[in-house]
Design a protein around this ligand. Structure first.
Ligand SMILES: Nc1nc2c(ncn2[C@@H]2O[C@H](COP(=O)(O)OP(=O)(O)OP(=O)(O)O)[C@@H](O)[C@H]2O)c(=O)[nH]1
Ligand SMILES: [Mg+2]
Length: 194
């Protein structure tokens, strides 16, 4: 017997794209989720992709995801749009210490969520590097990224994390998964209506 969450997980793999400025910690998050250990990274030129079965004890446990982690350097950002097309969810990783570049992070995030193909796609913002002194808290990150100005159709959650030790990542993926399931249910109901 399964509930609607496990049923969704049994039949398909979720397509998740991971975006964010260079050095935010995307690749560290990717390999943390994949191997449950710290992997020393180099800047991503192009993208990394991994199929990952989520762990933890929450709603997303056992769910298969196909992650695309796209490099965040400025010259690579034109890749973000094609990689984020028709995904089930967007993970946007932010360096919570890099206050100077939060405005840039905000501009890029709003560009991607405004794109027609991404209307309604659930968004998980990872406020990463919370282990460092002077890391901005979730409320401040939410404000600086102007999340209240995202398109009203975009469900989002902000998750504090430290990708080095993996803190917060499972909770974040649970939230993203719950938003994805909710969206699928409402799309299904809309289709049923005459
Ligand atoms: N202190 C701390 N450092 C972190 C954390 N997450 C990642 N880092 C470090 O931040 C640096 C950049 O991490 P990456 O994962 O390579 O960043 P990225 O977002 O993939 O960067 P690009 O590939 O250039 O887009 C590395 O030195 C990581 O070890 C964290 O939670 N805390
Ligand atoms: Mg990378």
């Amino acid at each position: 017997m399964g509930n609607s969450f496990t049923n969704l997980g049994a039949f398909q793999s979720l397509h998740i794209v991971m975006l964010g400025l260079d050095s935010a910690g995307k690749t560290t998050v990717l390999y943390r989720l994949k191997f449950n250990e710290f992997v020393n990274t180099v800047p991503t030129i192009g993208f990394n992709t991994e199929k990952i079965r989520l762990g933890g004890a929450g709603a997303s446990r056992g769910i298969s995801c196909h992650f695309w982690d796209v490099g965040g350097q400025e010259k690579l950002r034109p890749l973000w749009k094609p990689y984020s097309r028709c995904t089930d969810g967007i993970v946007y990783v932010v360096d919570s210490v890099d206050a100077e570049r939060l405005e840039e992070a905000r501009t890029e995030l709003h560009k991607i969520t405004r794109s027609v193909e991404n209307q309604g796609t659930p968004l998980l913002v990872i406020a990463n590097k919370q282990d460092l002194p002077r890391a901005l808290d979730v409320g401040e990150i939410e404000k600086q990224l102007a999340l209240s100005e995202l398109p009203p159709s975009t469900p989002f959650h902000v998750q504090p994390s430290c990708a080095i030790i993996g803190e917060g990542l499972e909770e974040g993926m649970d939230k993203l998964y719950e938003m994805i399931v909710k969206r699928r249910k409402s799309l299904k109901q809309k289709k049923k209506r005459p």
